[in-house]
Design a protein around this ligand. Sequence first.
Ligand SMILES: NC(=O)c1ccc[n+]([C@@H]2O[C@H](COP(=O)([O-])OP(=O)(O)OC[C@H]3O[C@@H](n4cnc5c(N)ncnc54)[C@H](O)[C@@H]3O)[C@@H](O)[C@H]2O)c1
Ligand SMILES: O=C/C=C/C=C(\O)C(=O)O
Length: 485
Amino acid sequence: MSVRHLRNFIGGRFHDGIRTFAKHNPADGALIAQVHEASRDQVDAAVAAARAALPGWAALPVGERTAYLYALADGIERRFDEFLQAEIADTGKPVGWASQIDIPRGAANFRSFAEIARTLDMESFMTDTPDGRQALNYAYRKPLGVVGVISPWNLPLLLFTWKVAPALAFGNTVVAKPSEVTPTTATLLAEVAEEIGLPPGVFNVVHGFGPNSAGEFITTHPDIDGITFTGETATGSTIMKAVAPGVKPVSFELGGKNAALVFDDADFDAAVAGVARSVFANCGQVCLCTERVYVHRPIFDKFVSALKIEAEKLVLGWPMDPATTMGPLVSHEHRSKVQSYLKLAVEEGATVVTGGGVPTFGDARDEGAYIQPTIWTGLPETARCIKEEVFGPVCHIAPFDTEEDAIRMANDTRYGLAAAVWTTNLTRGHRVAQAMNVGLAWVNCWFLRDLRTPFGGSGLSGIGREGGRHSLHFYTEPTNVCVKL
Ligand SMILES: NC(=O)c1ccc[n+]([C@@H]2O[C@H](COP(=O)([O-])OP(=O)(O)OC[C@H]3O[C@@H](n4cnc5c(N)ncnc54)[C@H](O)[C@@H]3O)[C@@H](O)[C@H]2O)c1
Ligand SMILES: O=C/C=C/C=C(\O)C(=O)O
C-alpha cells in the first residue's frame, strides 16, 4: 500500500502541518501514512474558521443543514471500501467487524442525528400567574458554538462521527482531532466534506497528539465553547483542568471495567457466545467490553470450560481475511501495556485458563501487535487486574452464590460504564440491570445500540450522556423565554 499524506482540513482546505509523524499498520508494522501535525497557529486558524462559519451554519433552515448530514452519510457509503481499508490498516481490526460495525455506524451517526434534529420538539409550559392570567414558557435552543471534538483509536470513525454528527446537526461548528494512532478515516471524512461542498469552516480536522500538541491547543483555546471527549479517564481529568479556567462544558466518555453477570437460569449457549463476544470483540478494545465475569456457582466450572473453548476457537489472522475473528491490538505500545497486565495477573495469583502471552506465526504477523485471548480465574476482588482497565482481550471469571453477591461484586468498581446480565428470568433481568451502577445495562445482549438512547457512564467512566435528545442537551444552550399572556 502506498504511503498516504494525511493533512489538516482547515477552513475547507487541506494544509501541510509543521512536521509529520509516521503511522504504521499494527498487523505487520508496515508504514502506511505520514501524518501532518498541526501547529498551534493552525489550530488557531481552525478555531477562527469555525467561528466565522458559525452564524451562517446555525442560521440555515434545519432541512438544509441536515441535507449536508445525509450527504456526508451518502459520501461515506460511496467510498465504503476505502473507509474500510483505511480503518483496518490503521487499527488491525478484522474486516468482518469493521464492515458491520465501524463504517456503517459512521454513516448511521450522520443519518440518525439529522433525523433527530429534523423532528425535535420544544420544551414548553403554560404557567398560571398570580393575577389569574397565564404565561407561556419555552426553551429556545441555540447551538453551543464552536465545539472541540477529541476522539480515541479503538472505534475511530464510529466515535469521531458520534460526536461530529450531533454537533453539526444542532448547528455547531467543529474543530476535531482524531487519535494520532488512527488518523486516516477522519481525513477521508474531511475529503467527503469537501466533495459534498460542506461550507468551509463548518468542520475542521487537525492532527496531532495530546500534550503540547493539537489536543492541548484545542482544550486550552479561549474561543472554543465546549469539549466533547472520548478516551482514557486520566486524559479526561487533564482536559477538565485545561477547560476549568474558562468554565467550559464537557462531555466525557471514558474508560470502564465492565461486568457480565451469568445466572444459572441463563440460556447457557447464548450466554457463552454473548460473553465471548463482549470480552474478545475488537480484541477487547471497546470501552464497553467485559473484563469481569461473575458466574453463578452451579454453572461456574462448565462456563469456564465453555468460554475457554470459545477463546481458543478465535482465529488470529490477517485483518483482511474474512475468516479472521481477532486481529492485533492497535499498537505495540498498547500491547506492552496489556502484556504488563498479563504478567501482573500471574504475580497477583491468577490461574491462567487460556492465553497469557504473545502468539507466534512464522510470518510477517510476528511484526504485528498480536496477543492471545486470555482468561483468568482465582484472583481476589481486590487485585489490580480486577480494578484497572486493561483494554485488551482478557477477562477474569469469578463465582457468586447469590444475586446480592453478584450485584455487590459487579458494582465494586470506581468505573460505571456498562454491564451485561444473562438470565431467562425476566424479573431478575430487570431487577439486576436496574441495580447496576452504570450508564448502560444490557440484558441477554451486549453493544446492541439504538442511537436515541442515553449513552455514557458514571464515576470514572465519564460525565454526561450523549445520544438522541441527550446529545441535544450538550450541543445546545437553552434560552428560556417567558411570555406573559
Ligand atoms: N466511554 C466510552 O464511550 C469510550 C469509548 C471509547 C474508548 N474509551 C476509552 O478510551 C481509552 C482508549 O483510547 P485512547 O488510548 O485513544 O485514549 P487517550 O485518552 O489516550 O486518547 C484519546 C484522545 O485524547 C487525545 N489526548 C491525549 N492527551 C491529551 C491532552 N492532554 N489534551 C487533549 N487531548 C489529549 C489523544 O491524542 C486522543 O485523540 C480507553 O480507556 C477506553 O475505555 C471510552
Ligand atoms: O469504545 C467505546 C464504544 C462506544 C460506542 C459508542 O459511542 C456508540 O455505540 O455510540
